[in-house]
Write a protein that binds this ligand. Structure first.
Ligand code: FES
Length: 104
């Protein structure tokens, strides 16, 4: 069963940036695109664990701040030619409130 955890408001997350939520021993980065869509990924790059939350969002990708791999926000997969995948989480917006799913 999926549980939803309220983690703040849309306005708490900068456009083209992210906000980190710590829950259940996991650090989860919630990203906001230029057109206000949200995506959530484990805050660790599939390459060497770089903090994706500190990367720059462009389109539906985030560039890892360490070695510049691009990670697809929808799937958590590294964009070719790089290979790897980080865990993704469900996230939704309800009346301006951000809800994170599959946690707890
Ligand atoms: S740790 Fe992210 S690209 Fe190397």
């Amino acid at each position: 069963m999926s549980q939803w955890l309220e983690v703040g408001n849309l306005d708490d997350i900068p456009r083209l940036g992210s906000r980190v939520v710590k829950t259940g021993g996991e650090e989860i980065a919630i990203f906001r695109t230029a057109d206000d869509r949200l995506f959530a990924l484990r805050n660790a790059c599939p390459h060497k664990g770089g903090p994706l939350s500190e990367g720059l969002v462009h389109g539906e990708r985030v560039a890892c701040p360490l070695h510049n791999w691009n990670i697809d926000l929808e799937s958590g997969e590294a964009v070719a030619p790089d290979k790897g995948c980080t865990r993704r989480y469900e996230v939704k917006l309800e009346q301006g409130r951000v809800l994170l799913g599959g946690v707890g």
